[in-house]
Design a protein around this ligand. Structure first.
Ligand code: GLC
Length: 621
């Protein structure tokens, strides 16, 4: 019989002590997650080598309810006090339209994002923060970023490859400031040009919107300059934001934005669903819910479409984010609104101001089981999945930022100029275009209109500020500067009001007339009328000159009166962005015109109208 070792009893005691210790340290995280204790450096969720599902499961099981609700909370940067990110364990922060650091430079943005990330890393679980922004036509909150044409112009260009490249360029300029989440593309199928967000849409044709939206998402999310960090896009606004009816809005003094979209099964299947089905095929990581209602039901409370269709039927595995205070519109009773919206399937809430009220109300609702914990876990699991998949746990967004020289790089400016040119639609041309440089050697060329030399007007809304503004708001080339550059040999005279000293009855005048910038419901317009000062300039030019070329800078079709219609050429330039030279490339023939109308150009503003459009969708000389 084997000699019994006299040390057995000691071994036994040591062994049981070891077992106890190891249980205490590595017991099922679930039982430990309630502990506020520090997390071991080798916790599975911290290991990039492990499968994402493993990392999610491990992390989720460690999270307290407070930490879970924190991940679902998105606050706008202006409402943050120092320490809020770690205090509330915030999962996300955003810049609302125009939300920028005091010094609007790439370096200042990176410093701001770094500070936010440091706060997030100071929390027990060190879950990195996800920062989101509206870079809807380039990194438009950043001063001197490349501003691309708004989507309506890209719809006129109709070229998926161009849109894909713009997606990549936008991701690069955002990443140069440490930001990887874009609330774009808007894949609204815009029906009524009186809508203040018409220009955010690729147009009235669902299949074109689907094709271009997919191209943008594929480009944006594929941006290869950040090998370890992948930018994520947002398909918005789910569902039916572009189909609302005039007069149905209940928000502020809006008329159509955030209103109601009547939709029968056919309209859903043929118009509204395809852009989202394509967005999912493109692997879009997030989807933003629309303020609007569908058949009278607020989309922010539409469980059938968010959970039933998007998540269950289509298998969307990313996360759904609410719009800016969109949940508050669901019910005057905040608790009821949250219960309806979160149970409908919203995963992250763009609160965007009062973190306290949101977190306290949510905590109460979960405790009362108004919102089941399983719904919270599903929301947090989705948010974590996106953060793991994009690499946010394993790579620092600022340390991985590409060089700032990518902002307004020659390649990006050339791309923006190409896009502006391809978006131009020639609606009329009676022997005046192109203004070929060779023909204008030493000749007098008259230019007027307030949009001819105004960066803010040609960029439109969502530029530097939420609503945008006229004036030299950011770097770029105005249409006048483009003309002066291309027709350097001509003798160009400019006065916005078309009041020239010397009349020249044999001369030619280019009038660049534009809408003043607007965004969202503030741009809802019953008349679709150009500003009176522009109509006056057109009229004066018409009287003084033999030939008049009318260039329209607008986010949508505007009503053309008979004077405007009498011009010898009419060109829709939409909102071409910072590189206005693209517009003059078409006017001067350097680039042949190729744009086609992405929407009908109505003869009058009253809708619904059965009158024939002045120029039908697809038209372009
Ligand atoms: C706005 C818009 C939405 C945007 C969000 C954040 O109200 O509806 O498109 O992404 O708020 O700025």
């Amino acid at each position: 019989m084997k000699k019994i070792n006299k040390y057995w009893p000691l071994a036994g005691i040591l062994l049981s002590f070891w077992v106890f210790l190891s249980c205490g340290l590595t017991s099922d995280p679930a039982s430990r997650s309630r502990s506020k204790g520090p997390v071991p450096a080798d916790a599975p969720y911290k290991k990039a080598s492990l499968p994402i599902d493993t990392r999610i499961a491990d992390l989720l099981s460690r999270m307290t309810l407070e930490e879970k609700i924190g991940q679902m909370t998105q606050i706008e940067r202006g409402s943050l006090r120092a320490g809020d990110i770690s205090r509330y364990k915030l999962g996300s922060v955003l810049s609302g339209g125009g939300g920028a650091p005091a010094q609007n430079t790439a370096a200042a943005w990176k410093a701001m994002i770094s500070a936010y990330q440091d706060e997030a890393r100071a929390t027990r679980l060190q879950i990195p923060l996800l920062y989101g922004i509206d870079a809807v036509h380039g990194h438009n909150n950043l001063q001197n970023a490349t501003i691309f044409p708004h989507n309506i112009a890209l719809g006129a260009a109709g070229e998926a490859e161009l849109v894909r490249r713009i997606g990549i360029a936008t991701a690069e300029e955002m990443a140069a400031t440490g930001i990887y989440w874009n609330f774009a593309p808007c894949i609204a199928v815009a029906q009524d040009p009186r809508w203040g967000r018409f220009y955010e849409s690729y147009g009235q044709d669902s299949s074109a919107v689907a094709r271009l939206g997919r191209a943008y998402i594929e480009g944006f999310q594929s941006a290869g300059t950040m090998p370890s960090l992948h930018p994520i896009a947002t398909a918005k606004h789910f569902l039916g934001d572009g189909g609302t009816r005039w007069g149905s809005s209940t928000t502020d003094n809006y008329k159509i934005d955030q209103g109601n979209t009547p939709a029968d099964e056919q309209y859903l299947q043929e118009v509204l669903f395809p852009p989202y089905e394509e967005a999912l095929k493109a692997g879009v990581s997030t989807i933003m819910v629309s303020f609007s209602s569908l058949n009278g039901v607020k989309m922010h409370a539409n469980k059938e479409l968010i959970t039933g269709v998007l998540k269950t039927k289509w298998g969307f595995s990313g996360f759904v984010v609410s719009d800016w205070g969109g949940i508050d519109q669901v019910s005057p009773d905040y608790g009821k609104a949250l219960t309806l919206a979160i149970n409908a399937g919203i995963d992250m809430v763009m609160v965007p101001y009062d973190a306290n009220r949101f977190i306290n109300t949510m905590t109460q609702l979960v405790k009362e089981n108004q919102i089941p914990l399983s719904r919270i876990d599903d929301a947090v699991r989705r948010i974590l999945r996106v953060k793991f998949e994009m690499g946010l746990f394993d790579a620092d967004p600022v340390k991985n930022a590409p060089a700032e020289t990518v902002v307004r790089s020659p390649e990006h400016l050339a791309l923006a100029r190409e896009a502006a040119a391809k978006g131009v639609v020639v609606l009329k041309n009676e022997g005046v275009l192109p203004l070929a440089p060779a023909q204008w050697q030493g000749k007098k060329l008259y230019v007027s209109g307030y949009a001819a030399d105004d960066m803010g007007i040609q960029c439109g809304g969502w530029t530097i500020s939420w609503q945008g503004s006229a004036g030299s708001i950011t770097k770029g080339t105005t249409i006048l500067a483009g003309l002066k550059d291309t027709l350097a040999a001509a003798n160009i005279m400019y006065t916005a009001s078309a009041e020239f000293e010397t009349a020249d009855p044999e001369g030619l005048c280019v009038v660049v007339a534009g809408e003043l910038p607007y965004a969202e419901g503030k741009g809802d317009s019953a008349e679709l009328k150009l500003p009176q000062r522009e109509l006056d300039a057109i009229a004066k030019a018409r009287k003084q000159f033999k030939k008049v070329v009318l260039v329209i800078v607008s986010g949508r079709p505007v009503i053309l009166d008979k004077t405007a219609l009498s011009c010898d050429a009419i060109v829709a330039a939409w909102l071409p962005g910072s590189e206005g030279a693209g517009v003059t490339d078409v006017l001067t023939g350097l680039v042949p015109s190729s744009g086609k109308l992405p929407c009908d150009w109505p003869a009058s503003a009253n809708r619904p109208s059965d009158e024939k459009p002045l120029f039908p969708r697809g038209f372009g000389l």
